[in-house]
Design a protein around this ligand. Structure first.
Ligand code: 13P
Ligand code: SF4
Length: 324
């Protein structure tokens, strides 16, 4: 059986720039077990760009930003999908794969944006702004998606807003994403007050300090950052867009103003680029580990379920986004 497994040594070659050898020795057993379990259970692992490199580069089958994971979840040919990411990502995968087993290794891998709004809040917004369409960020529960007209991610939010061809939209729940999109369109955007606890901590002063300390540095920011940060950055885009920017421009030195693992994962692909790392950790993403991915596959937990009435309406909002 082990003959078909990638050898730990060849996997280590891939990540040696970002994982010290002493740490690697702790990971090897779980990596081998997970690779075996995936074959035994006909399972795939979908990992978000914020997962640690030993997950992202060594056991994941599909990696990407929220939009890519949702798109690829639609085409997965497997019995079991393990989400190495947070709960809303697992729910999105389940919405798109109602007949497959979707597992999340830790049920408490949440998101401050998803926690900032309830389905009742969306209904109240609709009452307050009748006939204004509701665009909901995927970083929300299925119950909130079910109250929405269409979903969006940071990778397609502007295109989704434009696709509606209306003068006004409600965009929930990320206040900063809504403001950053409003800066790029004439459509009036009514925002909610949610924030990403990771990205709200970056400031414009951080950017000025970075430019002073590293003249010529390229500064890329996620659109969940405050508008003044996005305004002073050289580029703003989803996690996949930031990664593409590095691949296209190959800056000598770069900073990704986002979650910490993102730089490690992109650095693996670009040894010639120097990554400066004033990053912030997402405690929810970091709940996912090799050990609990292994347990998820061994013990079939935690199975993601969604009330069928909620799922039907939420799926419609997600699928509508995927066809924009
Ligand atoms: P992306 O869709 O850009 O990957 O972002 C997801 C997320 O949770 C960012 O904080
Ligand atoms: Fe949520 Fe922010 Fe963590 Fe992304 S980084 S999962 S938006 S808390």
């Amino acid at each position: 059986m082990s003959a078909v497994l990638p050898s730990s040594a060849s996997l280590y070659d891939r990540v040696r720039r970002v994982i010290p050898r002493i740490e690697w020795s702790v990971f090897v057993e779980d990596i081998d077990a997970i690779l075996n379990l995936k074959r035994q259970r006909n399972a795939v692992i979908l990992a978000h760009n914020y997962q640690t490199p030993e997950i992202f580069h060594c056991v994941a089958d599909i990696v990407g930003d929220s939009l890519a994971l949702a798109r690829k979840a639609m085409t997965v040919d497997a019995d079991v999908i393990v989400i190495a990411g947070v709960h809303f990502m697992a729910e999105t995968a389940k919405l798109l794969n109602p007949d497959k087993t979707v597992l999340i290794p830790d049920l408490n891998a949440g998101c401050s944006l998803a926690d900032s709004i309830t389905a009742e809040d969306v209904r109240l917004m609709r009452q307050r702004y009748p006939s204004v369409p509701v665009v909901t960020y995927v970083n929300t529960s299925a119950a909130v998606k079910a109250e929405s007209d269409i979903c969006c991610t940071s990778g397609n939010a502007l295109a989704v807003v434009k696709s509606l061809r209306v003068p006004r939209v409600i965009m929930l729940p990320d206040e900063y994403l809504a403001k950053n999109i409003a800066a790029q369109t004439k459509v009036e955007i009514i925002a909610w007050k949610g924030r990403c606890e990771v990205h709200e901590r970056f400031t414009a002063a951080d950017i000025r300090e970075l430019r002073e300390a590293h003249p010529g540095i390229s500064i890329l920011a996620h659109p969940e950052c405050p508008p003044e940060v996005v305004a002073e950055a050289d580029f703003a885009g989803s996690t996949a867009a930031m990664s593409d920017y590095v691949a296209r421009h190959r800056p000598a030195r770069v900073v990704l103003m986002t979650e910490c693992s993102m730089s490690d994962n992109v650095a693996v692909e670009h040894p010639e680029v120097d990554f400066v790392r004033p990053c912030n950790l997402c405690p929810h993403m970091k709940r996912i580990t090799l050990a609990n991915i292994r347990t998820a596959l061994e013990e079939n937990r935690h199975v993601v379920t969604i009330d069928p009435h909620v799922a039907e309406r939420a799926r419609w909002a997600v699928e509508r986004m995927l066809f924009v």
